[in-house]
Ligand binder design. Structure first.
Ligand SMILES: [Fe+2]
Length: 334
């Protein structure tokens, strides 16, 4: 559409981005390797040093990958179409790119590099796509799950620092599947949060709440990422787990999950979230009186999950991350 001040010819003129021609000429890319070196010379113009460094590395590796695999034109077009469909599958409530990042191990790798192990600290795990902001506040001993959502489970422990002090007022966000292997957000008729809650520790750092035993579940398999897993002969299951996100002032926020022992998928998790230290025992408590004392309406028996969460002071966590990054860059090939 032309505005009154513009003639049709002006409007139709393609507009360049305003960046000047570089003060050097690139050799004509008559050989495949000249394409790569030309692009790297252009990337040198990137004003932001961090962007320059990341982009140089990315281009070097992608061009090397194309060279080494001798990708055919058809294969490359299939790749482009695949990525197009990944984008088209995304919606306000579905993120197929995160799923792709998850199944390629990238989410777990980024998490692992940013949260290197610190002696004595609880290890992190992937956030996953099912966290929501609308978890209800629950008191100590309350249930995060509606009655009938699954087998009773009581979760308890202490939130403390790596130096041993209990942490008061830590906020714990926790979420899990029901006994059908679904998160509440996967139900179209969801009216309110279920199988998720938010609670705070008291002075002694202790926490405890009622929940249900989570169930192993498949990550969405009806999109291009599902097709990728089938094409590569991989199942799309995650072992059963309870998500925890713990925040306390002055400490590095911890996003993690606890994985009960015995699940078939512990060592082939589709998204690489399980770490050995996060595999936990569920204790059988067959004591009707104890079940009722803990607030389970039908009594009977329940599973007990006891886990102490250990947080790292922010300053120490950042130091560990920087040291780990330096160590890797020192060991990286030039
Ligand atoms: Fe999950």
């Amino acid at each position: 559409m032309s505005t009154p001040e513009q003639s049709t010819s002006e409007v139709n003129k393609a507009i360049p981005n305003g960046i000047a021609v570089p003060d050097f000429d690139l050799p004509f890319p008559d050989k495949s390797e000249i394409i790569t070196s030309n692009l790297l010379k252009l990337i040198d113009l990137t004003p932001n040093e961090r962007h320059k460094s990341i982009f140089k590395n990315l281009v070097t590796h992608i061009h090397q990958f194309i060279n080494e695999t001798s990708i055919t034109t058809e294969e490359w077009m299939n790749t482009v179409q695949f990525l197009t469909r990944v984008g088209q599958t995304c919606s306000p409530i579905r993120q197929e790119f995160i799923l792709l990042s998850d199944v390629l191990g990238i989410s777990a790798l980024v998490d692992s590099l940013n949260n290197p192990p610190v002696q004595g600290a609880t290890e992190s795990s992937v956030l996953g796509p099912f966290f929501t902001e609308d978890a209800p506040d629950v008191e100590q001993g309350d249930s995060i799950a509606s009655e009938g959502s699954g087998q009773y489970m009581y979760v308890e422990g202490t939130i403390k620092s790596i130096h041993g002090d209990p942490i008061e007022n830590a906020v714990i966000e926790t979420w899990e599947t029901n006994d059908h292997g679904f998160y509440d957000v996967q139900y179209k008729d969801r009216e309110k949060a279920d199988c998720r809650g938010r609670l705070r520790t008291g002075k002694d750092g202790k926490y405890g709440y009622r929940a249900v035993v989570p169930i192993a579940y498949p990550i969405p398999g009806d999109g291009p990422v599902g097709e990728l897993l089938i094409a590569t002969g991989r199942h799309n299951m995650r072992p059963n787990h309870l998500h925890l996100m713990v925040e306390a002032p002055g400490y590095r926020k911890l996003v993690t999950s606890l994985y009960p022992k015995g699940d078939d998928f512990l060592q082939s998790d589709a998204v690489f979230g399980v770490k050995k230290s996060l595999v936990v025992d569920l204790e059988d408590v067959n004591d009707d009186a104890e079940a009722r004392r803990r607030g389970f309406p039908k009594g009977g028996s329940f599973k007990l999950l006891h886990f102490d969460v250990t947080l790292v002071p922010e300053v120490e966590a950042e130091k560990a991350r920087e040291e780990f990054a330096q160590l890797r860059s020192k060991n990286a090939p030039a």
